[in-house]
Each structure stands twice: as C-alpha cells, then as structure tokens.
Design a protein around this ligand. Structure first.
Ligand code: NAD
Length: 512
C-alpha cells in the first residue's frame, strides 16, 4: 500500500471511538490536525478561548482544595487505576501516537509503556512523600520538614512526546495532592483527547469503588500559544511545567518569574557523544544509529554531535555513513521501517537550511534529501544526514529538530570534553569507551555538564526512574523519577515546643 492509499482519518475515528472520545470532540473545529505520515487531515478540534481557560483554572483550583484532603496513598490508588487503564489501552493509544506524530510502531507503544511505568512509580511514591526530622538546638523542641500540595499545576507539552510528558507530570502532581491543567501541543491534540478519556475512565472507576475525587482533577485545554500563556499568567497556577523549544522557555520562564510562580522548564538539547580509542565499535555503531536516527531525529535527547578519536575515525565513520545510506525510511506503521516522517514542512525547511549552513562552514554532507514525495506531496520524509565537519561551528551549536548528525575528529580527550560542553544546551550526553578512567572522568565534576551523562549507550532513551532534564538553555527542570516529585509540593519547616519554657534560637534573650 502506498502512502496515498492510507486512510488514517478513518482509523483515527475507530481508535478514538474505542477509547471513548465522542466524535464531536474532533470534528468541525478550527484546529486542523494532520498526520505527518500522509500529510492529510485526520481531525479538527475546537480551541479553548481565554474565558474557557480562566474557567478551567478556577475549576481546577476548586478540585485542588478537595483533593489535597485525600490521603496520599489513596491518591495513589487513582494512579494505580490509571496505570491499569493505560495497560488496557496500550495498543490503541500507541497506534494513535504513531499516526499523530509519525513514530514507528515500537516507539509509539514504548511511549505508552513509559506512561504505565511512571504510574507504577507514582503509586509507590504515594507512600513515600518523606520529610526529614531535624536536630534542634532548643530543648523540648522538635523540628521537622513536611511536604504539602501546591495547587493546580499547568502542563504545557511538545509534539514529539505528546502523551508521555503529560504522564510524567500528572502522575506525580496528582499523588502529591494537586490538580492539573494540560495544554498539549497544537500539533498533537488527538492523543491528548484520548489520554484525557483514559484518565476519566480511571476516575470513574475510582469513584465507583467508593472513593471521593473531584471531577475537574485533570483538565485539558486545546489550543496554541495563547492558551499556554493563559496558564502561565494565571495567579491560581503556582507551577507550570513547560516542555518545548528554548524559544518557548525564554518566553515562559520570565513571565512565571515575574509573578513569583515556579517553573519546570524542559527545553531543547544539542546532545553529543565522544567515541574514544578503546570503544567497542559494533556497540557504538548501534548506539549512535538509534540515538541519532531514531524518531527521525525528533527527540529532545537525539544525538546531534559526535566526536570521534583520530585513531578510530576511519574504522567507524565509513560504517556509520553506510548505515545512514541504507536505513529503511517510510510509513512508520509498516514493520521494518526505522525512520518515519518529519512532523511538517517547516521542520523539513529548517533541516535544509541547517545543511546549507553546515556546507558553508566546510561540512561534507551525506544524505538529507527528501524522499517519498512522489507518494504523498504533503508528507516530509528525509534520508537522515551525516555531516563531517572540520570544526564545531555554525549550525552545530544549535538544535535543529531533524536527523542531522555532525561528526568531528579529536585527538585529546580534554579537548573533546571542552568542545562537548561548549554549546548553549545541556540535556544529554554519552561517551563510548572501555577505559575506566575516561568513563569516570566523563561522569565526574569536570566531565559532561549535562543533566544526563551515559557510558556505552547513546544519549537518548531514558528510563522513568531517574530525574529527567538538563542544564543551561535546556532550562534546569527535572521531571519523572528520583526526587523530582519535590517540585510539585511546597516544603514547610515545622518547629514544635512541647516544654513549658521558651528558649530562643542562637541564645537570644527577650524577657518581658
Ligand atoms: P514548541 O516550543 O514549539 O512548543 C511546545 C509547547 O509550548 C506547545 O504546546 C506550544 O503551544 C507551547 N508554547 C509555545 N510558545 C509558548 C508561549 N510563549 N507561551 C506558552 N506556551 C507556548 O516545541 P515543539 O516543536 O512542540 O517541540 C520540540 C522542542 O521541544 C524541541 O526543542 C525539543 O528539544 C523540545 N523538547 C524538550 C524536551 C525535554 O524534556 N527537555 C522534551 C521534548 C521536547
């Protein structure tokens, strides 16, 4: 079957119907959604107005006032049910992710698995929102730290992980006692509708089990930048977790700071790997290929820069170029294809501009051309590009959200580390080596300056157990595992006096 013959609109309708989304939610509106697989329209949604956003935030605030009274382990039960509903919906939702974003089938399913994993994590977490007991200098006193819910949490998400990012935030925010309001990418609102329906199923089951929960615990606002801005500017939203480009973070961060609201910023990356003389080259080849070409280069953690030691450059790079020339490109719904489409024409044009700029800096480009345009004129498939660069200059220092891998030689590890860190972004990184000193140096205080630093695997494909996020222009936020939950709560330090005197700290005397 050619791309032109695929009827994805019909399939989307079947999937959404199965997941419990009424047809009037995705027909007749002003926001057109296209599948990047064919470039054809697959839905039309109504967009929220500023008034709708204000009402949704007020309702979410009311929901928060009720939900914070529910004991945390009971909140966890709701997320346990959400995990069950996601397991039941995995095949359908995974397929919808593939259709709406253009991810290959196993990555679409993997995205839903990630949602299930964070639900499991959050259920356990609901019994572990620990505070400390702290030694006090005053007799007959006790000092402790307690953690409390914050309020309605705004979640703004990007197109490339259309549903997993919601779950990283929402699963934690909800067990922490908050309500959530989600503004998904305007490019991927259908998977958001489906996810909201799945959440509502879990909520209905929770209530049917006899537990109390407010109806507006998790709400969805469909729309573009203006709807996101309504969340950012509203005084009743104490925290906005925003995932997207650095340009978005630059707009959102200061606006939140202006009203002293908190932010979790998860922005662009420009991830690199260093390949040293002792690296296992077969493993390196696979690690580089997946991280650089997977998801058609549209992951925030995609490998974009590769530093290869002089002594192994000729053993590795020609093999890599061969892999780039032979990787299977096409409909991500078809087994065997490893690279699907770019999200849209704008993305294709930015890729071509970056390749031209790289050539102007002396880069030698292999690949990068559009393919399959004869089958579907509105879909943008490209052969991933590998660019041998004389220096780290021009577009190499920017994130182009497309499959371009810049390859550079190095001869000294300190020099490679310097170049590795010498970009504005700081999300993910890796080193391929079998030298213990090099591996340890890379993850040490003076190694990679990124939020994620790996050894003998590529920079992409993180698990939910660790805190996820990056430094510098990547925004500094952390989501998902480890103690990222603390960002969704407020900390109080409590001192309790159980004596009959009033000793003051630091020996201060104040006798009246
Ligand atoms: P984008 O910045 O265009 O949009 C992201 C979201 O922000 C969308 O929902 C959009 O409507 C909203 N938005 C944009 N401007 C806004 C504003 N001024 N106020 C409020 N909301 C606004 O990003 P995209 O093209 O959807 O996604 C790709 C980018 O996201 C890449 O840069 C990628 O690296 C980054 N990303 C980062 C992470 C991470 O965890 N660090 C994860 C996924 C994607």
């Amino acid at each position: 079957m050619t791309l032109a013959q695929l009827d994805l609109a019909a399939e989307v309708q079947t999937i959404l119907g199965k997941l419990g989304v009424a047809a009037d939610r995705y027909t007749g509106g002003t926001l057109a959604v296209r599948s990047p697989i064919t470039g054809k329209e697959i839905g039309r949604l109504s967009e929220a107005s500023a008034t709708d956003a204000g009402q949704a935030i007020d309702a979410a605030h009311q929901a928060f006032l009720e939900w914070r009274l529910v004991p945390a382990p009971k909140r966890g039960e709701l997320i346990r049910l959400l995990g069950e509903e996601l397991r039941a919906a995995k095949a359908s939702l995974g397929r919808l992710v593939s259709i709406e974003v253009g991810k290959i089938t196993s990555e679409g399913l993997g995205e839903v698995q990630e949602m299930i994993d964070i639900c499991d994590f959050a259920v356990g977490l609901s019994r572990q929102l620990y505070g400390l007991t702290i030694a006090t200098e005053r007799s007959e006193h006790r000092m402790m730290e307690t953690w409390h819910p914050l309020g309605p949490i705004g979640i703004i998400s990007a197109f490339n992980f259309p549903v997993a990012v919601w779950s990283w935030n929402a699963a934690l925010a909800i067990v922490c006692g908050n309500s959530t309001i989600w503004k998904p990418s305007e490019k991927t609102p259908l998977t958001a509708l489906a996810t909201q329906a799945i959440f509502e199923k879990a909520l209905d089951r929770y209530i049917a089990e006899g537990s109390k929960a407010p109806k507006n615990l998790s709400t969805l606002l469909i729309g573009g930048r203006e709807v996101g801005e309504a969340l950012v500017d509203h005084e009743k939203v104490p925290l906005v977790s925003a995932t997207g480009s650095t340009a978005m973070g630059r707009a959102v961060g200061p606006r939140l700071a202006q009203r002293f609201a908190r932010s979790i910023l998860e922005l662009g990356g420009n991830n690199a790997a260093i390949v040293t003389p002792t690296a296992d080259l077969d493993l390196t080849l696979r690690g580089v290929a997946f991280s650089a070409m997977g998801t058609a280069g549209q992951r925030c953690t995609t490998l974009r820069r590769l530093f290869v030691h002089d002594s192994i450059y000729d053993a590795l790079v020609p093999r890599l170029i061969k892999a780039y020339q032979s990787v299977t490109i096409g409909s991500p719904l078809q087994d065997g294809n490893l690279v699907g489409p770019l999200i849209d024409k704008g993305s294709f044009e930015k890729m071509q501009q970056a390749l031209e700029a790289a050539k102007a800096e002396g880069g030698k480009v292999t690949g990068g051309a559009r393919v399959l345009d004869g089958e579907s004129a509105d879909a943008y498939y490209v052969r991933p590009a590998i660019v041998e660069m004389p220096t780290q200059a021009g577009p190499v220092k920017e994130e182009t959200f497309a499959p371009i891998l810049y390859v550079m030689r190095y001869s000294d590890l300190d020099e490679a580390l310097h170049l590795h860190n010498d970009v504005p972004q700081g999300l993910s990184s890796s080193i391929f080596t079998n030298d213990m000193r090099e591996a340890e140096a890379f993850v040490s205080d003076c190694g990679s300056d990124c939020g994620i630093a790996n050894v003998n695997l590529g920079p992409s494909g993180a698990e939910i157990g660790g805190a996820f996020g990056g430094e510098k222009e990547t925004g500094g936020g952390r989501e998902s595992g480890s103690d990222a939950w603390k960002a969704y709560m407020r900390r109080a330090t409590n001192t309790l006096n159980y004596g009959r005197t009033l000793p003051l700290a630091q020996g201060v005397k104040f006798d009246v």
